[in-house]
Design a protein around this ligand. Structure first.
Ligand SMILES: Nc1ncnc2c1ncn2[C@@H]1O[C@H](COP(=O)(O)OP(=O)(O)OP(=O)(O)O)[C@@H](O)[C@H]1O
Ligand SMILES: [Mg+2]
Length: 256
């Protein structure tokens, strides 16, 4: 049986991420409008919304790959709106991409080692970190293979392992469960929740399927038409008339 995210963190937990009034325009297209939310250390938060709602654009902005048109992002109390992506990664802000991106000419172990050696705080050993990640994601038998030889589920594991290698405080996952079978998705969710419990990693998960998210998160933010329309526990969000009207429509049963 899958173990859901740990209990809601105490209100006293540090604010890991504070997104304030973020907007992003692409020419005349408004991809994000006045988006604000906070994530507390230790939370597993789901970010859900239909195609084109702005979820991946938000990850681009938070991780520093793209500047916001307006607004700010703070990470553990420090404004990082203008900090380069590599600085954010070094301070433990980690992410995966909607389309898996691996170094295809390297082995699984090398993919993880590259990240570990770039982000490892002084005094920690890259060899131990790589071994720990291979073990945590049950990838030992695949360590010397190239990504093209792996199943999609294992490729996604390698990507998450590489994303957190070295140092991770916040992990942003962009549709990591998409394309996986029900069982594969459940295994991956268990492993992600283990990262939250054993490494204390705060997690933001983007998914389309609310039933997948409801099983793993203790909080949900709903993006719709470029803005946040709901923010609460999965039960609160599932029963929010604005969400039902705007996003879920006749799919309410998927929540149960
Ligand atoms: N680099 C870009 N240039 C122009 N428009 C973009 C760019 N990136 C995203 N957009 C547009 O911004 C809007 C939000 O896109 P985004 O990819 O963030 O949505 P999403 O919620 O991740 O969707 P999906 O569920 O399909 O992944 C879309 O209309 C998209 O076409
Ligand atoms: Mg997306």
């Amino acid at each position: 049986m899958m173990q859901a995210a740990s209990t809601m963190p105490a209100q006293a937990a540090a604010v890991a991420l504070d997104v304030k009034n973020v907007a992003r325009h692409f020419g005349g297209l408004v991809a994000l409008r006045d988006v604000s939310f906070t994530v507390r250390e230790g939370e597993v938060m789901g970010l859900i919304g239909p195609n084109g709602a702005g979820k991946s654009t938000l990850f681009e902005i938070i991780s520093g790959n793209m500047p916001p048109t307006k607004g700010s992002v703070s990470y553990f109390g420090e404004d990082c709106t203008n900090a380069p992506a590599y600085m954010r990664r070094r301070s433990g802000m980690c992410r995966t991409f909607q389309k898996v991106r691996l170094f295809e000419s390297m082995t699984v172990e090398q993919n993880i080692r590259v990240a570990a050696s770039q982000c490892l705080p002084e005094g920690r050993n890259a060899h131990d970190e790589v071994a720990s990640i291979l073990s945590q994601f049950r990838l030992e038998a695949q360590a010397q293979r190239r990504p093209s030889e792996l199943t999609l589920a294992d490729r996604k594991r390698v990507e998450i392992g590489r994303a957190i290698a070295g140092h991770c405080r916040l992990l942003m996952l962009d549709e990591s469960m998409s394309g996986l079978t029900h069982d594969e998705a459940n295994h991956l969710i268990t492993e992600i929740l283990a990262l939250n419990r054993t490494r204390g990693i705060t997690v933001i998960v983007v998914e389309h399927v609310l039933s997948v998210l409801a099983a793993m998160v203790n909080r949900l933010v709903v993006l719709h038409n470029a803005t946040v329309i709901a923010d609460g526990t999965p039960t609160q969000v599932a029963n929010d008339p604005v969400v039902i009207e705007a996003y879920l429509g006749t799919k309410q049963k998927a929540l149960k």
